[in-house]
Design a protein around this ligand. Structure first.
Ligand code: IDP
Ligand code: MG
Length: 151
């Protein structure tokens, strides 16, 4: 398994509902490494680029309107297989279909208020990381307990 980086963002509903700590805790406890974190209210331009693949979808305007409506917690997480693993921890797009134990399965009901975004492929992850972060906002670091992490 290769070490990868993925872009995750707690959406405005997650921030407004006080779920930031809960979500960060799940990712930390899983064992992934946080390499960038910031809170921002995304500009319309940023949101439209981020959700560019959905430009033609009927929900696009509502989606961009919502993601720009308040603070988002933008993050980059690193680890082996983190892109697909984080998607599993997040759960299905429709929260009522997301498995219990996943973030959306445990914490959300509505598809338009599904708490968190996660990159869906290595290409998307690279695009989204460079869209949301400058290179010097990403930290290369080794956990002090790395000796306990086995192959
Ligand atoms: P994902 O977030 O699980 O990757 P995508 O299909 O990439 O799901 O859609 C991006 C976001 O757009 C979803 O998280 C959801 O908030 C919203 N969305 C997707 N499909 C619909 C829909 O049919 N109605 C309203 N919002 C939707
Ligand atoms: Mg998606």
């Amino acid at each position: 398994m290769v070490v990868e980086r993925t872009f995750l963002a707690i959406k405005p509903d997650g921030v407004q509902r006080g779920l930031v700590g809960e979500i960060l805790g799940r990712l930390e406890r899983k064992g992934f490494k946080l390499v960038a974190l910031k809170q921002l209210i995304p500009s319309r331009n940023l949101a439209e680029q981020h959700y560019g693949v959905h430009k033609e979808r009927p929900f696009f305007d509502a989606l961009v309107g919502f993601i720009t409506s308040g603070p988002v917690v933008a993050m980059v997480w690193e680890g082996e297989g983190v892109i697909s693993s984080a998607r599993k921890l997040i759960g299905a797009t429709k929260p009522l279909e997301a498995e219990p134990g996943t973030i959306r399965g445990d914490l959300a009901i509505n598809i338009g208020r599904n708490v968190i975004h996660g990159s869906d492929s290595p290409e998307t992850a690279n695009f989204e990381i460079s869209l949301w972060f400058k290179p010097d906002e990403l930290n290369d670091w080794s956990p002090a307990d790395q000796i306990w992490r086995v192959e």
